[in-house]
Design a protein around this ligand. Structure first.
Ligand code: 5GP
Length: 133
């Protein structure tokens, strides 16, 4: 079981943004910028391009809904999209609010982000979400 599966199962706490039957979104614990969100499939696959076409398409559509809510909740120019997967072997998409290119610098993360600010950001994004299910 990956650390992300434990988060999805509620065994490890997280700042949860959204969930449906197949996908889960939550704030990255060491954000590169405030609002940095991870989108994860509930089914464990390590490498994102090993996910079958239908599931991958649905994952992108889910990520789009989360990114739309992020853009409404957080002042930014765009929501940047990155896939790394070098640390956690459970496919995930990084969504990061961007004002400038340097806002997506994975060498400079926010260590020990203020829990109150994380909670506020989580609630602000969640409140903008529009899901049918
Ligand atoms: P990657 O696998 O894409 O290289 O990086 C994994 C990302 O997951 C990192 O940005 C890291 O901060 C985040 N991460 C790792 N463990 C946890 C965790 O337990 N909770 C949360 N919310 N994020 C995590």
């Amino acid at each position: 079981m990956t650390i992300f599966s434990k988060i999805i199962a509620g065994e490890i706490p997280c700042y949860k943004i959204a969930e449906n039957d197949k996908f889960f979104a939550f704030l990255d614990i060491n954000p590169v910028n405030w609002g940095h969100t991870l989108v994860v499939p509930k089914q464990e696959t390590d490498y994102i391009f090993d996910i079958d076409d239908e599931q991958l398409s649905e994952m992108i559509v889910f990520a789009k809904k989360v990114a739309t809510a992020m853009k409404e909740a957080i002042p930014c120019r765009k929501i940047g999209v990155t896939v790394l997967g070098l640390e956690v072997p459970h496919a995930h998409i990084h969504l990061v609010p961007l004002q400038k290119e340097g806002d997506m610098d994975f060498k400079h993360k926010i260590d020990n982000p203020d829990p109150e600010r994380m909670k506020e950001i989580c609630e602000a994004i969640s409140s903008k979400l529009k899901f049918e299910n």
